[in-house]
Design a protein. Structure first.
Length: 218
């Protein structure tokens, strides 16, 4: 029978564990955004071998579950002499997954920017590195901001999968509470509520940021 009192009693512990998920998610988001920008820049150079290699990796990432990718980083890489800690393996797997999807998002967003801006920048004698840094990337990040927030929510939810490789975060804590109390429903419901609060917070924060950016642009 559902016990509301027990659910409320474990929420503080679950929210405390959520700090781990939040730290991991923000780290992965930072890595993924930087890597996706680098991949986007390199792909515009249209180097056949590089684009072919990325397309192969992207096909694998899009075609396999994230959980499988986490297992590959944690259990398979040691066979090649790359022995990673659970947290490191999890960050690597989710970062790779997110980088692939963000790079595709950025590539699509880049196509919405008027190419005349690049031509004008080149006519002014600006280096390509400056054009990317000062002209293209700032516009690109603003245009894909809603999609970046969506990817962040996916990353936050994805951190729950790290419980399967013994990373102690919200989901792992909920499993431990369920095993100790024999109350899996309340424990898992509490974990779900914590993830909901985290994602709603970032969605609202992004909405405020997007509104301010639009006002500044107008």
């Amino acid at each position: 029978m559902f016990e509301q009192a027990y659910l409320f009693s474990i929420l503080p512990k679950l929210f405390s564990a959520a700090w781990v998920n939040l730290q991991i998610a923000l780290l992965i988001a930072a890595i993924s955004i930087v890597m996706a920008m680098l991949v986007t820049i390199v792909r515009t150079a249209k180097i056949g071998v590089v684009n072919g290699a990325f397309n192969f990796v992207a096909s694998f990432v899009r075609g396999t579950p994230l959980l499988v990718q986490i297992f590959l980083c944690y259990y398979v890489l040691p066979s090649f002499g790359i022995d990673l800690e659970p947290l490191t393996a999890g960050v690597l797997a989710i970062s790779l997954n997110s980088t692939v999807f963000l790079s595709e998002t950025m590539r699509g967003g880049l196509q919405t920017i008027d190419p005349g801006q690049i031509e004008a920048s080149l006519a002014l004698g600006l280096r390509r590195s400056v054009i990317w840094h000062r002209v293209l990337l700032p516009q690109l990040l603003i245009r894909i901001l809603p999609l970046l927030v969506n990817e962040l929510t996916i990353i936050i939810k994805g951190t729950a999968l790290l419980s399967v490789i013994t990373v102690v975060e919200v989901m792992r804590t909920a499993q431990q509470l369920a095993a100790a109390s024999f109350r899996p429903f309340e424990s898992l419901l509490g974990a779900g509520l914590v993830f909901l609060v985290l994602n709603v917070f970032f969605i609202l924060l992004a909405s405020v940021l997007e509104t301010r950016l639009q006002k500044r642009a107008t």
